[in-house]
Design a protein around this ligand. Structure first.
Ligand SMILES: Nc1ncnc2c1ncn2[C@@H]1O[C@H](COP(=O)(O)OP(=O)(O)OP(=O)(O)O)[C@@H](O)[C@H]1O
Ligand SMILES: [Mg+2]
Length: 471
């Protein structure tokens, strides 16, 4: 941060000739000085454009000066307030210091005295800001729905923060369950568009022939079943963020229509001749390698470059160090409270196991494991025997790396892949509820959209070759 930058000083002094004199004093340091004669007016000015330092006369016609001081600090804890006081009211100035004022000067004073005090005040402000910045980086174990303080995630949080203010398109990549949707929402929530809508469109979950109308909308009679005009996701996201999830699954011919939309900002509802202008920020996500999809001619290169302005890669959970434990503990706390269970901690062996695991399903898999533990067990601590089998190539690597996994049940019957257990459980809940997805979701304590997505994933997987499905 440059210290030569013009700083904004708010001068609160009701005696106009004195104020004029102080402004004259301050001219030497070429600050931008805003003068107010009343407390209320000064608080409005501070709200409209936050000052770097404040010079405050405690005797004001409309408000108690100490109240003004507190209101200024409530708005910005790092603002430095210099008190000016008459000789007879030094006790008031001392009171102000106790309330956090930076310093006080007794009237009358000269230009040097004022400028020196102010320079110190501004210096302190710069330092306070730096410390605040570092602390934010170090402490940031939580960020808009994310848990985790690893350096890898801090980098993710910083990217999100720095891109949020712009309207640049963001392309999120990461394995399944790494938090791509959480990231898309964080970008929206940290952006000036936060009051607009966040509209998520899962390109894999919507049947091919409906996708175009889902994105662009349609007019009455556009196709059989189009009984009225319907706005698409593009229009619903006007002024907000359009999240194009699983973008690589979008049919090739539709990609050129999307490209036109991204380039021109106009949409053409199905069946209508007219164009509509919309203002959206695009965030796209995929768990595939998008460049490989481009090379395989499944994803348009021009669309890729339009959407891939800011890449955001979410690291796999196995690369996030102790985030695994941080996340697991939070889930344990939350789920135990939801389920009315006493489980409050993991034993060290359990934490070692969680740390050593590969987590092919990333945070979602960890979520499922902890949920499973909490639903099926009780007690003050989670012990090794309570962990469900965490199968897959990772379990083997766990054993190979010497971590404590010898007590896992072995043999074909004992260990079932987690996805299979999940699939069977969802199918069972659907059977029991007569395919009522919202009720099945309630039973499973997951969101209905998770079931819809799973059903879609299985449909897609069933349609693919066995070799691909196994991947
Ligand atoms: N860092 C995290 N902290 C806490 N919860 C997380 C974190 N990352 C993800 N989650 C949770 O894990 C689950 C999966 O996250 P999300 O749906 O965003 O993943 P995804 O990358 O979009 O997965 P997929 O590719 O399967 O769609 C969600 O319930 C989400 O809230
Ligand atoms: Mg997702």
């Amino acid at each position: 941060m440059s210290t030569s930058k013009k700083r904004r000083i708010l001068l609160i002094e009701d005696t106009v000739p004195l104020a004029k004199l102080y402004i004259e004093f301050l001219r030497a340091d070429a600050h931008e000085v805003v003068h107010c004669t009343r407390g209320g007016e000064a608080l409005d000015a501070a709200a409209a454009s936050p000052p770097d330092a404040v010079i405050l006369d405690l005797k004001l016609p409309d408000m108690d000066g100490l109240e003004v001081l507190q209101a200024l600090h409530a708005r910005d804890a790092s603002v430095s307030v210099v008190i000016i006081t008459a000789h007879g009211s030094i006790d008031l100035a001392v009171e102000a210091m106790k309330l956090g004022a930076f310093d006080f000067i007794v009237k009358p004073f000269n230009a040097d005295r004022l400028n020196l005090t102010l320079r110190n005040a501004l210096e302190r402000r710069t330092l306070a800001r730096m410390v605040e910045g570092y602390r934010k980086d170090l402490d940031r174990g939580r960020f808009h729905g994310f848990i985790g303080s690893s350096p890898e995630m801090q980098a993710v949080y910083r990217t999100i923060e720095s891109v949020a203010a712009s309207r640049a398109n963001v392309f999120i990549t990461g394995e399944s369950g790494t938090g791509k949707e959480v990231a898309a929402q964080a970008i929206h929530r940290a952006s000036p568009r936060r009051d607009g809508a966040f509209v998520a469109l899962n390109c894999a979950a919507i049947p091919k022939d409906l996708l175009e109308s889902e994105i662009f909308g349609h007019v009455k009679g556009a196709f059989t079943g189009a009984s009225g005009d319907r706005p698409g996701a593009a229009l619903l996201a006007d002024g907000g963020t359009l999240f194009l999830d699983e973008i690589c699954e979008m049919p090739f011919d539709l990609q050129s229509k999307l490209l036109r939309f991204v380039q021109t900002g106009t949409v053409n509802p199905v069946g209508s001749g007219r164009e509509e202008r919309v203002d959206v920020r695009f965030v796209a996500a995929t768990n595939r390698d998008p460049l490989a999809e481009v090379q395989a001619a499944r994803f348009r290169e021009d669309l890729y470059y339009r959407l891939h302005v800011i890449p955001l890669a979410l690291p796999p959970l196995r690369d996030r160090g102790d985030d695994v434990i941080e996340i697991a503990r939070t889930f344990l706390f939350d789920y135990a409270r939801e389920e009315g269970k006493a489980l409050a901690a993991f034993t060290p062996e359990v934490e070692a196991r969680l740390r050593a695991h590969d987590w092919p399903g990333n945070v979602r898999q960890l979520q499922n494991v902890v949920r499973n533990v909490v639903v099926l067990n009780d007690g003050p601590q989670v012990t090794l025997d309570m962990l469900p089998p965490m199968s897959g190539p990772d379990a083997a690597s766990c054993a190979a790396s010497g971590s404590p996994s010898a007590d896992l049940p072995e043999g074909d019957d004992a260990v079932q892949p987690l996805w299979q257990v999940e699939k069977e459980m969802i199918q069972k809940a659907l059977r029991l509820t007569g395919d009522d997805v919202p009720r099945a979701a309630l039973m499973l304590e997951i969101s209905p959209s998770t079931i819809y997505r799973k059903l879609q994933q299985w449909r897609i997987a069933d349609g693919r070759s066995a070799g691909e499905t196994a991947a």
